[in-house]
Write a protein that binds this ligand. Structure first.
Ligand SMILES: NC(=O)c1ccc[n+]([C@@H]2O[C@H](COP(=O)([O-])OP(=O)(O)OC[C@H]3O[C@@H](n4cnc5c(N)ncnc54)[C@H](O)[C@@H]3O)[C@@H](O)[C@H]2O)c1
Length: 460
C-alpha cells in the first residue's frame, strides 16, 4: 500500500494534456494517459507544507459527535492509521469510540474529556502526526492552531474558520510551522462533482465563466431538536446573519475555477431575507412557551451572495436551511462550450448540455458521460467506500488525506483553500450588515495564487 502515487498531474503536464484533450471524445483515452504518465512531476505549491512521508499516521480526534464519530469509523478501516487519542466534552462519547476501537481489534485510544480546552492537554501529552477536529465551528481554529504549534498536521470539518482574523491565524500558523492544514470538504469527493472537475480540467466546458452552489437543506428538525451538542448550530443562527455554511456549495466550484491556483476570489455582495422559518416551526412543534418560540433568529432564512473572481468569473451562492424545501446544492458550472447543473433534489439526476454533442437546447443526464469522464479516484475507491457517509465521499476524503500524508504528497486542499472558502461567512455578514455593500476578499496567498498550480487528476 505504501508507495508513491502514479496519479498526480503536474501543472505543466496538465496544461499540455488540456491542449491535447480539449476535443470531445478524446477524454477517456487521455484521462488514462494523464494519470499514469506524470508521477515524477509531483509538485508542491508555493506556501503549502513540504514534508516527507509518514509511515504510520498517529492520529488524535477532537469532537466525536455526528461527523467526528463517522470519521473515527473510517479511520479504523484505513491502513497506516493509529488512533492514539480521542477528545470530547462528553465522556460517554469518548468511551463509545474506545469501545469501537477495541471491537475493531485495535488498541483503545487514550480519552480526554476534561472540558473545552482539554485538547491542549492531548496535543501536549501525545506524540501525534495529525489532529482531526469535528467540533462546532468556533473551536476549529483554536484546535488546529494548537495542533500545528505542537508539531502535528491539522484537519478540520467545514467551515475551517468563522472570521477573517481566524483565517489569517490559520494560514500564518501553517506557514510558520510548515504543517498541512486541510479543510475536509467532502462534497469535493462526491461522484458528480469529481466527474465535473475531471471534465473541466479536460476542457469539455471550454473557458469557465459562471458557477452556482448552495447549501439548501431543510434543517428545522435538526436545529430545533437535539441533533447538535449544546445546540451549537442553532446558537450560530441566533447570533449571526450571512452565509454561515458556504463551503459545500462553493468548494467544488472553486476547485473547477482554480481559485487560489491561477485565479482568486475578488469581491462579493450578499443579501439575507427575513428570518421566519425557525420561529414558525418552533411555535408549531414545540409550543409558544418554548425558548426557541421566543428567541429572535438573526440569520435570514435565505441568504444569497454573488462573488466575482479576479479573472472575471461569477459565482451565485445560497444558504437556505430554515424553510420547508427539498435538498439541493445546485452545483452548476458553465463555460463557453456547455453547462452542467446539479440535482434539484436528492433523487434527480445531474444534467449536462455540451455544444456539438448534446441536441440543441436540450439537457442530457450527466452520467451518460461517465464512461468517458468518470473520475479515476471514484473508480479506484469503488467497493472500499461503500456504506460510508455521504455516499462514500467521507471515506474517500479520509482515505486520500492519509494517502497523501503516508506518501509525502501535497494534500488535495491546503490552508489557502480552507481560508478562501471559509472566509465567505464573515464577508457575507459584513455585506449583509452594510446593505449588500461589496466586500473584498483578502489574498491569503499573498500573490502566490498567480503561480500556484491546479490540483490535477488525483488517485490512490
Ligand atoms: N461535511 C459534512 O457533510 C458535515 C455534516 C455535518 C456536520 N459537519 C461539520 O462537522 C462539525 C461537527 O458537527 P456535528 O454535526 O458532528 O456536531 P455534533 O454536535 O454532533 O458534534 C460536535 C462534538 O464536538 C464536541 N465538542 C464541542 N466542543 C468541544 C471542545 N472544545 N473540545 C472537544 N469536543 C468538543 C461535542 O461534545 C460534540 O460531541 C461541524 O463543523 C459541522 O459543520 C460537516
Amino acid at each position: 500500500m505504501k508507495k508513491r502515487s502514479a496519479q498526480e498531474v503536474s501543472s505543466v503536464s496538465r496544461r499540455d494534456f488540456i491542449q491535447m484533450g480539449s476535443a470531445l471524445g478524446l477524454g477517456a483515452a487521455l484521462a488514462g494517459m494523464a494519470i499514469n504518465s506524470c508521477a515524477k512531476e509531483i509538485s508542491t505549491n508555493p506556501g503549502a507544507a513540504k514534508v516527507g512521508p509518514i509511515d504510520t499516521v498517529r492520529l488524535g480526534i477532537v469532537g466525536v459527535g455526528n461527523m467526528g464519530s463517522a470519521h473515527f469509523q473510517n479511520f479504523l478501516r484505513i491502513e497506516g492509521v493509529e488512533i492514539v487519542a480521542v477528545c470530547d466534552l462528553v465522556e460517554d462519547k469518548v468511551k463509545r469510540m474506545q469501545e469501537w476501537a477495541t471491537e475493531a481489534g485495535k488498541k483503545a485510544p487514550k480519552g480526554y474529556f476534561r472540558g473545552e480546552t482539554d485538547f491542549k492537554r492531548m496535543c501536549g501529552e501525545e506524540d501525534l502526526d495529525l489532529v482531526f477536529t469535528a467540533t462546532p465551528w468556533n473551536w476549529h481554529v483554536p484546535i488546529i492552531v494548537e495542533a500545528m504549534r505542537t508539531g502535528s498536521h491539522a484537519a478540520t470539518e467545514v467551515p475551517a474558520a468563522t472570521s477573517i482574523e481566524e483565517c489569517w491565524e490559520m494560514v500564518e500558523t501553517a506557514e510558520k510551522f510548515n504543517k498541512h492544514c486541510v479543510m475536509m470538504e467532502n462534497v469535493c469527493y462526491m461522484e458528480p462533482e469529481m466527474m465535473i472537475y475531471n471534465m473541466v480540467q479536460q476542457g469539455v466546458f471550454g473557458e469557465l465563466l459562471h458557477g452556482e452552489g448552495a447549501y439548501s437543506h431543510d434543517m428545522r428538525n435538526n436545529l430545533l431538536g437535539s441533533a447538535y451538542e449544546g445546540d451549537w448550530w442553532t446558537k450560530e443562527i441566533i447570533s449571526r446573519n450571512g452565509n454561515l455554511y458556504p463551503t459545500h456549495g462553493l468548494g467544488p466550484i472553486a476547485q473547477c475555477m482554480n481559485i487560489s491556483r491561477g485565479d482568486r476570489l475578488d469581491y462579493l455582495v450578499s443579501m439575507s431575507s427575513n428570518a421566519r422559518g425557525l420561529h414558525e416551526f418552533a411555535k408549531a412543534h414545540l409550543g409558544p412557551d418554548h425558548k426557541y418560540s421566543k428567541v429572535d433568529f438573526k440569520c435570514g432564512d435565505v441568504n444569497i451572495s454573488l462573488i466575482r473572481t479576479l479573472k472575471g468569473k461569477t459565482i451565485y451562492l445560497v444558504q437556505d436551511t430554515n424553510l420547508p424545501r427539498p435538498y439541493s446544492r445546485i452545483n452548476l458550472v458553465q463555460g463557453t462550450k456547455g453547462i452542467t447543473q446539479g440535482f434539484r433534489d436528492l433523487t434527480q439526476e445531474n444534467l449536462i448540455h455540451i455544444e456539438g454533442s448534446s441536441q440543441a437546447h436540450t439537457w442530457e443526464p450527466l452520467m451518460d458521460y461517465a464512461k468517458q469522464y468518470k473520475h479515476p479516484l471514484i473508480s479506484q475507491m469503488e467497493g472500499l467506500a461503500e456504506g460510508a457517509g455521504h455516499g462514500g465521499a467521507d471515506f474517500i476524503e479520509d482515505y486520500r488525506l492519509i494517502h497523501c500524508l503516508r506518501n509525502g504528497l501535497p494534500t488535495d486542499m491546503d490552508v489557502y483553500e480552507a481560508a478562501d472558502w471559509s472566509v465567505v461567512s464573515e464577508l457575507t455578514e459584513l455585506s449583509v450588515a452594510g446593505r449588500s455593500q461589496s466586500i473584498d476578499f483578502p489574498d491569503f496567498t499573498r500573490g502566490q495564487w498567480k503561480t500556484r498550480t491546479p490540483l490535477g487528476i488525483i488517485g490512490v
